[in-house]
Design a protein around this ligand. Structure first.
Ligand SMILES: [Zn+2]
Ligand SMILES: [Zn+2]
Length: 115
């Protein structure tokens, strides 16, 4: 590792770098950034990683807190799961700003519209 002393005064520049989602490796827009506890808070976990809201929701849709605490408490472990792999392959084909909000609102308006 190179010494990083020189970077100290410029550390605020880091905020301008896009945050990459460790799950799908796309940049995360600020309004879609959510912190995921690798080990759930309810299980005593403290380490968080920033993820897309959609990616974060997907993790919790697939795994229970117990599964996350026991088996899937790291990004590499999550990425080895076939359900996550399938999701990542799908979400990678979407633009960085993609969220499933559009899908949700379409479903809602379809439900409210009477034939
Ligand atoms: Zn993501
Ligand atoms: Zn989470």
């Amino acid at each position: 590792m190179a010494r990083k002393n020189r970077d100290e005064t410029a550390s605020w520049h880091v905020e301008l770098e896009p945050t990459l989602c460790p799950l799908c490796e796309r940049a995360i827009p600020d309004d879609q950034k959510e912190d995921h506890h690798l080990i759930p808070k309810s299980k005593g976990g403290k380490i968080t990683v920033p993820l897309h809201r959609v990616c974060h929701r997907q993790i919790h849709a697939i795994f229970t807190d117990s599964q996350l605490a026991k088996t899937f408490g790291s990004i590499p472990a999550l990425l080895e799961d076939p359900a996550i792999q399938k999701f990542v392959a799908w979400i990678k084909s979407k633009p960085p700003g993609f969220s499933d909000a559009a899908k949700d609102s379409r479903e809602v308006s379809a439900r409210n519209r009477r034939p």
